[in-house]
Design a binder for this molecule. Structure first.
Ligand code: FPP
Ligand code: MG
Length: 333
Protein backbone atom coordinates (compact mmCIF):
# COMPACT_ATOMS: atom_id res chain seq x y z
CA UNK A 1 0.00 0.00 0.00
CA UNK A 2 1.25 3.38 -1.08
CA UNK A 3 1.64 6.43 1.26
CA UNK A 4 -0.53 8.56 -1.03
CA UNK A 5 -3.74 6.77 -1.85
CA UNK A 6 -5.41 7.98 -5.01
CA UNK A 7 -9.20 8.12 -5.03
CA UNK A 8 -12.14 10.48 -5.00
CA UNK A 9 -14.84 11.10 -2.41
CA UNK A 10 -18.32 9.98 -3.43
CA UNK A 11 -21.03 12.57 -4.01
CA UNK A 12 -22.41 12.66 -0.44
CA UNK A 13 -18.87 12.77 1.02
CA UNK A 14 -17.94 15.60 -1.36
CA UNK A 15 -21.03 17.59 -0.39
CA UNK A 16 -20.30 17.08 3.31
CA UNK A 17 -16.65 18.08 2.81
CA UNK A 18 -17.77 21.31 1.14
CA UNK A 19 -20.12 22.12 4.04
CA UNK A 20 -17.28 21.54 6.54
CA UNK A 21 -14.90 23.67 4.49
CA UNK A 22 -17.30 26.61 4.79
CA UNK A 23 -16.30 26.74 8.49
CA UNK A 24 -12.85 26.91 10.13
CA UNK A 25 -10.86 23.82 9.13
CA UNK A 26 -7.92 22.72 11.32
CA UNK A 27 -4.57 23.41 9.66
CA UNK A 28 -2.83 20.67 11.62
CA UNK A 29 -4.35 17.43 12.94
CA UNK A 30 -2.52 14.91 15.15
CA UNK A 31 -3.58 11.26 15.47
CA UNK A 32 -2.92 8.64 18.13
CA UNK A 33 -3.67 5.65 15.90
CA UNK A 34 -4.73 3.23 18.63
CA UNK A 35 -6.48 -0.13 18.50
CA UNK A 36 -4.55 -2.14 15.87
CA UNK A 37 -4.16 -5.24 18.06
CA UNK A 38 -7.79 -5.22 19.25
CA UNK A 39 -8.80 -4.97 15.61
CA UNK A 40 -6.58 -7.98 14.79
CA UNK A 41 -8.17 -10.00 17.62
CA UNK A 42 -11.67 -8.99 16.51
CA UNK A 43 -10.97 -10.07 12.92
CA UNK A 44 -9.01 -13.22 13.93
CA UNK A 45 -5.90 -12.13 12.06
CA UNK A 46 -2.38 -11.89 13.42
CA UNK A 47 -1.07 -8.78 15.18
CA UNK A 48 1.22 -7.81 12.34
CA UNK A 49 -1.76 -7.78 9.98
CA UNK A 50 -3.49 -5.37 12.41
CA UNK A 51 -0.51 -2.99 12.22
CA UNK A 52 -0.32 -3.38 8.45
CA UNK A 53 -3.99 -2.46 8.11
CA UNK A 54 -3.25 0.42 10.48
CA UNK A 55 -0.74 1.74 7.95
CA UNK A 56 -3.28 1.37 5.11
CA UNK A 57 -5.74 3.40 7.16
CA UNK A 58 -3.10 6.08 7.64
CA UNK A 59 -2.70 6.39 3.85
CA UNK A 60 -6.47 6.65 3.43
CA UNK A 61 -6.79 9.21 6.23
CA UNK A 62 -4.06 11.38 4.67
CA UNK A 63 -6.10 11.51 1.46
CA UNK A 64 -9.23 12.55 3.39
CA UNK A 65 -7.22 15.26 5.14
CA UNK A 66 -6.05 16.64 1.80
CA UNK A 67 -9.61 16.53 0.51
CA UNK A 68 -10.71 18.53 3.56
CA UNK A 69 -7.89 21.07 2.98
CA UNK A 70 -5.95 19.98 6.09
CA UNK A 71 -2.33 20.54 5.03
CA UNK A 72 -0.49 19.05 8.04
CA UNK A 73 -0.84 15.74 9.88
CA UNK A 74 1.23 14.28 12.74
CA UNK A 75 0.90 10.61 13.70
CA UNK A 76 2.14 8.54 16.65
CA UNK A 77 3.59 5.52 14.84
CA UNK A 78 5.95 4.11 17.48
CA UNK A 79 6.48 5.32 21.02
CA UNK A 80 9.68 4.76 22.99
CA UNK A 81 7.49 2.77 25.40
CA UNK A 82 6.55 0.43 22.54
CA UNK A 83 10.12 -0.98 22.78
CA UNK A 84 8.82 -2.81 25.88
CA UNK A 85 6.46 -4.94 23.75
CA UNK A 86 7.46 -8.50 22.80
CA UNK A 87 10.58 -8.91 20.65
CA UNK A 88 8.43 -10.38 17.89
CA UNK A 89 6.05 -7.39 17.81
CA UNK A 90 8.85 -4.78 17.94
CA UNK A 91 10.72 -6.56 15.11
CA UNK A 92 7.46 -6.74 13.14
CA UNK A 93 6.88 -2.98 13.51
CA UNK A 94 10.51 -2.23 12.51
CA UNK A 95 10.10 -4.44 9.40
CA UNK A 96 6.82 -2.69 8.51
CA UNK A 97 8.53 0.70 8.85
CA UNK A 98 11.46 -0.45 6.65
CA UNK A 99 9.06 -1.68 3.99
CA UNK A 100 7.06 1.55 4.03
CA UNK A 101 10.05 3.91 3.97
CA UNK A 102 11.52 1.89 1.06
CA UNK A 103 8.18 2.24 -0.68
CA UNK A 104 8.25 5.97 0.02
CA UNK A 105 11.62 6.24 -1.74
CA UNK A 106 10.07 4.47 -4.78
CA UNK A 107 7.23 6.98 -4.80
CA UNK A 108 9.32 10.15 -4.92
CA UNK A 109 7.80 11.34 -8.17
CA UNK A 110 4.28 11.07 -6.75
CA UNK A 111 5.30 12.80 -3.50
CA UNK A 112 6.86 15.62 -5.51
CA UNK A 113 3.71 15.98 -7.62
CA UNK A 114 1.59 16.32 -4.46
CA UNK A 115 4.27 18.46 -2.72
CA UNK A 116 4.39 16.14 0.33
CA UNK A 117 7.15 16.74 2.87
CA UNK A 118 7.73 13.81 5.28
CA UNK A 119 9.41 14.48 8.61
CA UNK A 120 10.22 11.94 11.29
CA UNK A 121 10.12 13.19 14.90
CA UNK A 122 11.85 11.16 17.57
CA UNK A 123 15.18 9.81 18.76
CA UNK A 124 16.41 8.03 15.63
CA UNK A 125 19.49 6.73 17.45
CA UNK A 126 17.25 4.26 19.33
CA UNK A 127 16.42 2.50 16.02
CA UNK A 128 18.36 -0.16 14.08
CA UNK A 129 21.01 1.57 11.93
CA UNK A 130 19.58 0.45 8.56
CA UNK A 131 16.17 1.91 9.50
CA UNK A 132 17.80 5.15 10.70
CA UNK A 133 19.55 5.48 7.32
CA UNK A 134 16.40 4.73 5.35
CA UNK A 135 14.35 7.25 7.35
CA UNK A 136 17.04 9.91 6.90
CA UNK A 137 17.07 9.26 3.13
CA UNK A 138 13.27 9.62 2.93
CA UNK A 139 13.30 12.83 5.00
CA UNK A 140 16.13 14.38 2.96
CA UNK A 141 14.40 13.40 -0.32
CA UNK A 142 11.18 15.26 0.54
CA UNK A 143 12.42 18.15 2.67
CA UNK A 144 11.99 20.82 -0.01
CA UNK A 145 8.31 19.93 -0.62
CA UNK A 146 6.03 22.62 0.76
CA UNK A 147 2.37 21.89 -0.02
CA UNK A 148 1.54 19.38 2.72
CA UNK A 149 3.36 17.87 5.66
CA UNK A 150 3.31 14.47 7.33
CA UNK A 151 5.15 14.21 10.64
CA UNK A 152 5.72 10.60 11.70
CA UNK A 153 6.53 10.30 15.41
CA UNK A 154 8.78 7.25 15.61
CA UNK A 155 10.87 6.30 18.67
CA UNK A 156 9.09 9.30 20.22
CA UNK A 157 7.72 10.35 23.56
CA UNK A 158 6.95 13.90 24.54
CA UNK A 159 9.00 13.84 27.74
CA UNK A 160 12.03 12.53 25.84
CA UNK A 161 11.53 15.33 23.29
CA UNK A 162 11.34 18.00 26.03
CA UNK A 163 14.41 16.63 27.84
CA UNK A 164 16.26 16.71 24.51
CA UNK A 165 15.21 20.33 23.91
CA UNK A 166 16.55 21.28 27.36
CA UNK A 167 19.86 19.53 26.51
CA UNK A 168 20.05 21.49 23.22
CA UNK A 169 19.65 24.78 25.11
CA UNK A 170 22.33 23.70 27.62
CA UNK A 171 24.57 22.96 24.60
CA UNK A 172 23.87 26.47 23.27
CA UNK A 173 24.87 28.00 26.61
CA UNK A 174 28.02 25.82 26.78
CA UNK A 175 29.02 26.88 23.26
CA UNK A 176 28.55 30.53 24.24
CA UNK A 177 25.82 30.96 21.60
CA UNK A 178 23.11 31.96 24.10
CA UNK A 179 23.01 33.12 27.73
CA UNK A 180 21.22 31.11 30.42
CA UNK A 181 18.83 34.09 30.72
CA UNK A 182 17.78 33.58 27.03
CA UNK A 183 16.09 30.29 27.99
CA UNK A 184 12.34 30.76 27.71
CA UNK A 185 9.16 28.86 26.87
CA UNK A 186 9.35 30.19 23.33
CA UNK A 187 12.96 29.06 22.91
CA UNK A 188 12.17 25.60 24.25
CA UNK A 189 9.38 25.30 21.65
CA UNK A 190 11.94 26.12 18.95
CA UNK A 191 14.22 23.32 20.17
CA UNK A 192 11.56 20.59 20.01
CA UNK A 193 11.54 18.09 17.13
CA UNK A 194 8.28 19.77 16.06
CA UNK A 195 9.79 23.25 15.72
CA UNK A 196 9.00 23.43 11.99
CA UNK A 197 5.26 23.00 12.54
CA UNK A 198 2.49 25.08 14.07
CA UNK A 199 0.90 23.43 17.12
CA UNK A 200 -1.87 20.95 16.24
CA UNK A 201 -5.36 22.47 16.19
CA UNK A 202 -6.99 19.09 16.72
CA UNK A 203 -5.73 15.89 18.35
CA UNK A 204 -7.66 12.67 17.75
CA UNK A 205 -7.19 9.40 19.66
CA UNK A 206 -9.02 6.29 18.52
CA UNK A 207 -9.94 3.06 20.32
CA UNK A 208 -11.76 4.63 23.29
CA UNK A 209 -8.65 5.21 25.46
CA UNK A 210 -8.83 8.67 27.00
CA UNK A 211 -5.21 9.60 27.71
CA UNK A 212 -2.35 11.24 25.79
CA UNK A 213 0.28 8.52 26.39
CA UNK A 214 3.19 10.99 26.31
CA UNK A 215 2.29 12.37 22.86
CA UNK A 216 2.81 16.08 22.01
CA UNK A 217 2.18 17.16 25.63
CA UNK A 218 3.85 20.56 25.11
CA UNK A 219 2.24 21.23 21.72
CA UNK A 220 -1.39 20.41 22.54
CA UNK A 221 -2.06 22.61 25.57
CA UNK A 222 -4.47 24.71 23.47
CA UNK A 223 -5.65 22.05 21.00
CA UNK A 224 -9.10 20.51 20.71
CA UNK A 225 -8.84 16.92 22.03
CA UNK A 226 -11.23 14.36 20.54
CA UNK A 227 -11.44 10.77 21.78
CA UNK A 228 -13.29 8.35 19.52
CA UNK A 229 -14.20 4.74 20.31
CA UNK A 230 -13.55 3.35 16.80
CA UNK A 231 -10.47 1.08 16.40
CA UNK A 232 -7.87 2.76 14.16
CA UNK A 233 -8.02 0.29 11.20
CA UNK A 234 -11.81 0.88 11.09
CA UNK A 235 -11.54 4.69 11.06
CA UNK A 236 -13.87 6.27 8.50
CA UNK A 237 -14.27 9.55 6.63
CA UNK A 238 -17.34 10.18 8.83
CA UNK A 239 -15.28 9.76 12.03
CA UNK A 240 -12.91 12.43 10.72
CA UNK A 241 -15.81 14.75 9.85
CA UNK A 242 -17.21 14.26 13.35
CA UNK A 243 -13.86 15.28 14.91
CA UNK A 244 -13.62 18.35 12.63
CA UNK A 245 -17.16 19.39 13.70
CA UNK A 246 -16.09 19.14 17.35
CA UNK A 247 -13.12 21.38 16.50
CA UNK A 248 -15.42 23.87 14.76
CA UNK A 249 -17.75 23.98 17.80
CA UNK A 250 -14.76 24.84 20.03
CA UNK A 251 -12.91 27.06 17.58
CA UNK A 252 -13.72 30.40 19.24
CA UNK A 253 -12.56 29.35 22.73
CA UNK A 254 -9.41 27.68 21.35
CA UNK A 255 -8.49 30.82 19.42
CA UNK A 256 -9.06 32.99 22.48
CA UNK A 257 -6.93 30.74 24.73
CA UNK A 258 -4.11 30.80 22.17
CA UNK A 259 -4.18 34.57 21.88
CA UNK A 260 -4.07 34.93 25.67
CA UNK A 261 -1.10 32.57 25.85
CA UNK A 262 0.69 34.48 23.07
CA UNK A 263 0.21 37.76 24.99
CA UNK A 264 1.49 36.13 28.17
CA UNK A 265 4.63 34.92 26.41
CA UNK A 266 5.38 38.42 25.07
CA UNK A 267 4.85 39.82 28.56
CA UNK A 268 7.18 37.20 30.09
CA UNK A 269 9.89 38.02 27.52
CA UNK A 270 9.58 41.74 28.20
CA UNK A 271 9.88 41.18 31.95
CA UNK A 272 12.94 38.94 31.43
CA UNK A 273 14.61 41.63 29.25
CA UNK A 274 13.83 44.31 31.87
CA UNK A 275 15.38 42.14 34.61
CA UNK A 276 18.57 41.55 32.55
CA UNK A 277 18.90 45.27 31.75
CA UNK A 278 18.34 46.26 35.39
CA UNK A 279 21.19 43.93 36.36
CA UNK A 280 23.49 45.32 33.63
CA UNK A 281 22.76 48.94 34.54
CA UNK A 282 23.34 48.14 38.19
CA UNK A 283 26.81 46.72 37.42
CA UNK A 284 27.87 49.34 34.86
CA UNK A 285 26.22 52.33 36.50
CA UNK A 286 28.02 51.79 39.84
CA UNK A 287 24.65 51.36 41.54
CA UNK A 288 23.35 54.76 40.35
CA UNK A 289 19.69 54.57 39.14
CA UNK A 290 19.24 55.20 35.35
CA UNK A 291 16.51 57.57 34.14
CA UNK A 292 13.37 56.12 32.47
CA UNK A 293 14.21 57.00 28.81
CA UNK A 294 17.74 55.59 29.19
CA UNK A 295 16.30 52.41 30.69
CA UNK A 296 13.75 52.04 27.86
CA UNK A 297 16.44 52.52 25.23
CA UNK A 298 18.63 49.92 26.95
CA UNK A 299 15.75 47.40 27.04
CA UNK A 300 15.10 47.88 23.31
CA UNK A 301 18.80 47.46 22.47
CA UNK A 302 19.02 44.40 24.72
CA UNK A 303 15.98 42.83 23.00
CA UNK A 304 17.58 43.28 19.58
CA UNK A 305 20.86 41.69 20.74
CA UNK A 306 19.01 38.79 22.43
CA UNK A 307 16.96 38.10 19.28
CA UNK A 308 20.17 38.03 17.19
CA UNK A 309 21.83 35.62 19.67
CA UNK A 310 18.81 33.33 19.66
CA UNK A 311 18.66 33.38 15.85
CA UNK A 312 22.33 32.39 15.55
CA UNK A 313 21.83 29.59 18.09
CA UNK A 314 18.77 28.24 16.24
CA UNK A 315 20.67 28.39 12.93
CA UNK A 316 23.50 26.39 14.52
CA UNK A 317 21.03 23.86 15.93
CA UNK A 318 19.29 23.46 12.56
CA UNK A 319 22.61 23.00 10.84
CA UNK A 320 23.70 20.37 13.44
CA UNK A 321 20.45 18.43 12.85
CA UNK A 322 20.70 18.76 9.05
CA UNK A 323 24.28 17.47 9.07
CA UNK A 324 23.26 14.47 11.20
CA UNK A 325 20.44 13.57 8.77
CA UNK A 326 22.44 14.22 5.59
CA UNK A 327 25.34 12.04 6.81
CA UNK A 328 22.96 9.23 7.82
CA UNK A 329 21.16 9.45 4.47
CA UNK A 330 24.44 9.26 2.55
CA UNK A 331 25.26 5.96 4.31
CA UNK A 332 21.99 4.33 3.12
CA UNK A 333 22.50 1.55 0.56
C1 FPP B 1 -1.43 1.31 18.41
O1 FPP B 1 -2.28 0.17 18.44
C2 FPP B 1 -0.59 1.31 17.21
C3 FPP B 1 0.77 1.20 17.18
C4 FPP B 1 1.59 1.04 18.39
C5 FPP B 1 1.48 1.21 15.90
C6 FPP B 1 0.92 2.17 14.92
C7 FPP B 1 1.61 1.96 13.65
C8 FPP B 1 1.00 2.03 12.45
C9 FPP B 1 -0.42 2.38 12.25
C10 FPP B 1 1.82 1.81 11.24
C11 FPP B 1 2.52 3.08 10.89
C12 FPP B 1 3.78 2.81 10.22
C13 FPP B 1 4.53 3.77 9.63
C14 FPP B 1 5.77 3.37 8.95
C15 FPP B 1 4.15 5.18 9.60
P1 FPP B 1 -1.96 -0.92 19.55
O2 FPP B 1 -0.84 -1.79 19.02
O3 FPP B 1 -1.67 -0.22 20.85
O4 FPP B 1 -3.29 -1.75 19.61
P2 FPP B 1 -4.20 -1.99 20.91
O5 FPP B 1 -4.43 -0.65 21.53
O6 FPP B 1 -5.45 -2.61 20.37
O7 FPP B 1 -3.43 -2.91 21.81
MG1 MG C 1 -2.94 0.64 22.28
Amino acid sequence: MSWIREGELNLIERLSANVLKAGPVPKHVAFIMDGNRRFARKKHVDRQEGHSQGFNKLAETLRWCLQLDIPEVTVYAFSIENFNRSREEVDGLMELAKLKFLRLLDEQEKLERHGVCIRVLGDLTLLPLDLQQLIAKAVVATREHKRCFLNVCFAYTSRHEMANAVREMAWGVEQGLIKASDVSEALLSECLYSSNSPNPDLLIRTSGEVRLSDFLLWQTSHSCLVFQSVLWPEYSFWNLCDAVIQYQCNHASITKARELHQDEQCQQQLEADHACVAELLHHHGNGKPADAPRKQEAVTEYGVRRAARVKDFLDALRSKRDTFLTELASQAT
